[in-house]
Design a protein around this ligand. Sequence first.
Ligand code: NAG
Ligand code: NAG
Ligand code: NAG
Length: 433
Amino acid sequence: MKLSFAMRLAAVLTFVVSSGVVSGRAFQQRRLIVPGSQYVIGNSVSGHHRQPPLPISSASSEDISSVTGFIALGDSYSAGIGTGVDGKEDDCRQGLGAHSVLIASDLLAGQGGRNSTTFQFLSCTGATTQEILSSRDGSHDSQIDAFNASLPVDFALLSIGGNDLGFFDVMNACVFRFYNFYSGTCETALKNTRDQIESDEFEHRLEIIIMEILDKVRWEKKPSFTITVTGYARFFNDATDDCDEMSFGVWWRGPKLKKDLRSQMNTMVLTVNAKIRRTINTINSRFTKDKVIFIDYDKGFDGHRFCEEGVKEPDYDRKDTWFFLVGGPDNARNGTRSNHISDLQTLPPTSVLVDPLSCLEPAQASGDWGRLALCYMAMAKHQDPSLQLARGDFIAENSMWYVPTYYGKTFHPRSLGHETMRNKIYEVWQRLE
Ligand SMILES: *[C@@H]1O[C@H](CO)[C@@H](O)[C@H](O)[C@H]1NC(C)=O
Ligand SMILES: *[C@@H]1O[C@H](CO)[C@@H](O)[C@H](O)[C@H]1NC(C)=O
Ligand SMILES: *[C@@H]1O[C@H](CO)[C@@H](O)[C@H](O)[C@H]1NC(C)=O
């Protein structure tokens, strides 16, 4: 069902933003109130869900007007990197097309603008379990610290794991090779990820995060409170042959997307999902009623991955691929959100050109894939000035150096991917009763 124009007007939200930026990382607390008129969310809301189901048990679940607030925590998959910003992109690279933002819009629209929903959007690109629990250098709030439990909160959304488990290293070593010869071997990167998945460390940290969120909301007094955790989706169709000779490598003669590589990377994603699911089951077994809900939306991406039948990768025109290509456009419905501001309009002044001799440490500290990619590319080019970009013609070669999001969003869901995530969340919530 489509939202009426009046409904959309009613979904006008005010964000109260309080942000602190330390070493390139910002944590923001955004509070949505209706009505207001500073910030329009979801101007391309697909509107399938005027009355979203809720993860709240009890009779109140029928009454969405009773929802007063929720939080989103986690990494770039939660932040919605690349899905459009209104104005300047923040360091957490939160996007307007993030599934959490879509859910906030749906809630407000469903409440007909009469009620207010407080949405604390704390997700941050590059975040690891560590950053959710405590800041790396102790100088700014972790996401848990930034979570204001005095504000109303009925449920939480969480996406975490990819950065802890080395997704970037795998992308770098196996697919893009930003640091050219020095990017390490794909086998090593995959093995490191497998080792991390098998270790207890990640499981342990995820447990702590969930317990800390529950403690902070005083779950004993809030029996209906739940945490919805999303996993990841396989990146490739690994059954097709066509892709075997194609490459996403950033430098000329990059690695090919052989079936075996695609399949190994897909296995990595499935293994991570399985690990998250197992951890959640363990946590839930300690409560009489499930506190944590796992959302496996992977199958929803079938037909929408890289290397689908008949697709010549990289295919920058294919809207049906639900992951971003390097520097590729978004696929928001009618393009409203993504056209709001393009990557290139967010160019900072030239003075911040990546310095190959000093960029690595801050890039690693930020965990931001885009900053890491740019730094590795600058270092590779510094060591071998004759290196040639594989697709230097796609974009003016100079401008891309300034835009971490240009690289950082690759292999992250585009707007239609986030809609699928949201729809899967609703599907699971609907079955909760
Ligand atoms: C997108 O555009 C089509 C055709 O102009 C229109 O019918 C549809 O309502 C639009 N969708 C959204 C979500 O705005
Ligand atoms: C939401 O709106 C309904 C109907 O207008 C009202 O009964 C209810 O008290 C409101 N809830 C909140 C939290 O304001
Ligand atoms: C948390 O929210 C409450 C209620 O709006 C507000 O009074 C308080 O200042 C907030 N705390 C912080 C640290 O922002």
